[in-house]
Design a protein around this ligand. Structure first.
Ligand code: ADP
Ligand code: MG
Length: 402
């Protein structure tokens, strides 16, 4: 041990201790800063999760009512969507302040289905269409006692507008495709007619040619006539005057109307008897067209004769969780012909899709359109060699309406 070694054990207050203290102080400062930051973060979180902010930040309109259906509170979205002022609205009767919601509110009271959602449609003061989906539930206090109602509305006006736009675009595209198809379908017979006319002067004394000439011209002109007839039918909108009829009567009438024609081709139509009635509200002429097309197609598919079998039934379909189930009257038209190969099924309803030399390919496309315009749809099932089976779904007529 040397003399210098003694100096390392300095008494308190000596410079070495000052360094330690400084270090300690710095650490203290650092920790306080950390604490301060943590506190700030916490405070911010606290502000952020303030129920008031949540209430006013959600995009759904939230309105609470007391037991007498007077407005208690409206959040910011409710003020915006319903053009209300929360302060002025408080205390007002819900029915007076929001007349557009009254029907759905009453529906809810009647059905008492807590999960049910209601479509609400109105125009705002600027004339813009508003589409809301509303939901009503009890307003509970801290003890879980019912003290009024909570009304929650989702605004889906923008989606609706976009959907509408897309539908319009689809229609335009379909129209473009149809026009292109028509042009194509017309060009073939016109080319044939032109070809024959061109060589007519040189062959006008050839009896055989004249025969062929007139046969072919008539065939091509018939084809053009069929095409225009079908197109006219296609363009015809369904009558706004729908009639309530029993679908089995319409189907039977069509079968009777076609009976002779079908019988000559060895085809019989059998309609299953039923004691039930199948009420639908339809443009009868157009619905007759639907079954004419289906029966004629079946008969054309069974050139060696066969059997068309028709059965009516009733079916309930639900398309999405927020829609009410719809009751449909279903007409099943089945034949025992060659059926439709699976690779063609998807194209059946395309305009101009045909496997026949003299076909227009417009029958099923028109059939589908008529059914859709009645709020229905068509399903088809077939395997080659097993016959074809079509189901026509039409919404059942409301009992209460004539
Ligand atoms: P078209 O009868 O003028 O050919 P459609 O639109 O009525 O036009 O029918 C399109 C195609 O669907 C037919 O060409 C045929 O190939 C097929 N098809 C329709 N119905 C049947 C059926 N019952 N059995 C077999 N094939 C069918
Ligand atoms: Mg057809």
């Amino acid at each position: 041990m040397n003399a210098q070694g003694l100096h390392t054990q300095s008494p308190p207050g000596a410079p070495a201790d000052a360094a330690a203290l400084k270090e300690l102080y710095a650490q203290y400062n650092q920790n306080t800063e950390k604490l301060r930051l943590a506190f700030e973060r916490l405070e911010r979180r606290f502000r952020e999760i303030d129920p008031y902010n949540i209430y006013n930040s959600i995009t759904e309109a939230l309105i609470t009512l007391d037991r007498d259906e007077n407005i208690l509170t409206c959040n910011a979205a409710a003020e915006r969507i319903f053009e209300l002022n929360a302060h002025q609205a408080a205390g007002r009767s819900f029915r007076d302040a929001l007349p557009m919601c009254v029907r759905s509110f009453e529906d809810h009271a009647e059905r008492a289905d807590p999960g049910a959602r209601y479509e609400i449609h109105f125009r705002n003061s600027g004339g813009d269409p508003m589409y809301l989906r509303g939901r009503y539930s009890p307003l509970l206090d801290r003890n879980g006692d019912e003290i009024g109602y909570t009304c929650l509305f989702t605004d889906h006006s923008v989606e609706r507008l976009l959907e509408e736009k897309a539908r319009r675009q689809d229609r335009l595209t379909a129209l473009g495709e149809l026009a292109a198809g028509v042009a194509h379908e017309m060009r073939n017979p016109l080319t044939t007619i032109r070809g024959y006319l061109q060589i007519l002067p040189d062959n006008k004394d050839d009896d055989e040619f004249i025969h062929e000439f007139s046969d072919n011209l008539i065939r091509e002109i018939d084809r053009l006539t069929r095409l225009t007839d079908n197109l006219l039918n296609m363009a015809k909108p369904i009558s706004p005057e729908l009639r309530r009829v029993c679908l089995s009567e319409t189907v039977t009438a069509v079968a009777d109307f076609l009976a002779d024609k079908l019988k000559s081709g060895g085809v019989s139509v059998e309609i299953e008897e039923s004691a039930e009635s199948f009420p639908v509200r339809v443009d009868v002429d157009r619905i007759r067209q639907v079954f004419i097309n289906l029966f004629v197609n079946a008969a054309e598919a069974m050139s060696d004769g066969g059997r068309v079998f028709v059965r009516l039934s009733r079916r309930t379909e639900t398309f999405s969780s927020d829609e009410d189930p719809t009751v449909f009257v279903v007409a099943e038209v089945a034949d025992n012909g060659p059926g439709i190969p699976p690779q063609l099924i998807d194209r059946l309803f395309d305009p101009f899709f045909t496997t026949k030399d003299t076909g227009t390919g417009l029958g099923l496309s028109l059939t589908n359109r008529i059914v859709e315009e009645h709020g229905g749809f068509i399903r088809v099932e077939s395997a080659a060699g097993e016959g074809a089976r079509f189901w026509v779904f039409l919404p059942e007529a409301d009992e209460s309406k004539g």
